[in-house]
Design a protein around this ligand. Structure first.
Ligand code: XIL
Length: 401
């Protein structure tokens, strides 16, 4: 369990940010880089800016992540950088790795029969390479049954026969792993296969009513890219519960199956999977974030089974009223960020934490206001790329401060 925030830090919060997220009507147009001239409702002076006009907010996370021994990453979407230079500047400055936010979903990779589009994901990995960051592949085998409006699985795949759909899944995983082999560090191969009660979703990929499709997907990924870290990824499975029990049962069986692959010219046996991605989409209300002791117990049982974990999609939604978040809620949001990062730092099998967006200016939270009515401001940077308390909290967790 983590220590509470240092006294000085919590005291500082009291007089600090009153406005987080979209502080309309004071925010500048998203088509311009923020400047120090932006009016704010904070009582502090505006932070200094770098040569791009982007706020400089202290020691970058990636400068302290090595102290904690973990990787701090972020989901990245190149479209957000259009007309907003600070998006790339700050992402490049703060994070160790980038995950294409939407570019490795099946609708992006396989838009039409016989077509593979890797350009969008390549663009993200190129940005990562420009900033000396690693790159991840995310959620290739995914069908969010509860969100058909997201259009993640293209209709042409839905219309295939079950046999052809299984073959297409294996081809898609093989093609993607082959394309990115040597360029990506981690893969979340299969995403969100389980309902909350631990039963399998009737996903479009589940063509046989059992989990054999998950084994087929991981086998294909491992054979095509023997060295990337392969993860099963889900939400609501962070702590001990029916879903995480089902995930544990699945991944231990995946780990027990081995295939022969060639690594550095040697034939070796490797398990189908390396670990589990715990998404970490949290809130500050009752039951909206797991008890850290329970999450730690889940991480520990995976370690005992020889499996790694990564927090893959951390964000912490808070109530936003007329663009304003209360200091108390920002402090709670900061504490959750601190707890999660500390948990990862303390757990020998946790490789890192990826944030699902870093600025309240644009992220999947701002993109889906109907899904998150009355909530938002889920990230450690505000809409003007100024630091929120969660940033210092993560920095402290990483540096042991
Ligand atoms: C989200 C993207 O961020 C959105 O842009 C998209 O509209 C829907 O998917 N769990 C996941 C992520 O595993 O891939 C999802 O990303 C958020 C929930």
């Amino acid at each position: 369990m983590s220590a509470p925030l240092p006294r000085l830090f919590t005291a500082a919060l009291a007089g600090l940010v009153l406005c987080a997220g979209s502080c309309a009507p004071d925010t500048p147009s998203p088509t311009t880089a923020p400047t120090t001239a932006v009016p704010t409702t904070t009582t502090t002076t505006a932070p200094p800016v770098d040569e791009h006009g982007c706020p400089v907010v202290g020691e970058p996370l990636r400068s302290v992540s090595a102290i904690g021994g973990i990787d701090i990453g972020v989901a990245y979407r190149p479209a957000y950088a259009t007309d907003d230079p600070c998006y790339e500047v700050v992402a490049g400055r703060e994070f160790d790795s980038l995950t294409p936010e939407i570019a490795t979903f099946p609708n992006a990779l396989a838009p039409a029969p016989g077509v593979r589009n890797f350009a969008d994901a390549d663009a993200v990995c190129d940005v990562a390479a420009d900033h000396d960051q690693s790159c991840h592949v995310h959620a290739v085998v995914w069908d969010p049954v509860d969100h058909p409006e997201w259009g993640i699985v293209p209709d042409w795949i839905r219309e295939l026969s079950p046999t052809d759909r299984r073959a297409e899944m294996i081809d898609l995983v093989t093609d993607t792993a082959t394309h990115f082999r040597g360029r990506v560090r981690t893969w979340t191969v299969v995403n969100e296969a389980f309902r909350a009660d631990g039963t399998l979703w009737d996903s479009v990929w589940n063509t046989s009513g059992d989990d054999s499709y998950i084994f087929d997907a991981f086998r294909a990924a491992r054979l095509a890219d023997p060295t990337a870290e392969l993860l099963y990824n889900d939400f609501g499975a962070e702590d001990l519960n029916a879903k995480s029990d089902a995930v544990y049962d699945l991944v231990t069986r995946l780990h027990a199956e081995q295939v022969e692959v060639t690594v550095d010219g040697e034939q070796v046996l490797k398990p189908l999977i390396d670990g589990v991605g715990l998404q970490g989409h949290f809130g500050i209300g009752p039951g909206e974030a797991p008890a850290m002791a329970s999450m730690r117990a889940n991480v520990d049982r995976l370690a005992a089974a020889g499996l790694s974990v990564r927090i893959t999609e951390l964000d912490v939604r808070v109530p936003v009223t007329d663009g304003v978040v209360s200091p108390a809620d920002l402090a709670t949001q900061a504490q959750i960020h601190r707890d999660v990062v500390e948990l990862c730092v303390d757990a020998p099998n946790c490789g890192g934490v990826t944030l699902w967006g870093f600025t309240d200016r644009h992220s999947w939270i701002t993109e889906h206001p109907d899904t998150f009515t009355g909530l938002g401001a889920a990230h450690p940077f505000d809409a003007e790329y100024r630091a929120k308390p969660a940033l210092a909290a993560m920095r402290a967790a990483l540096s042991g401060g």
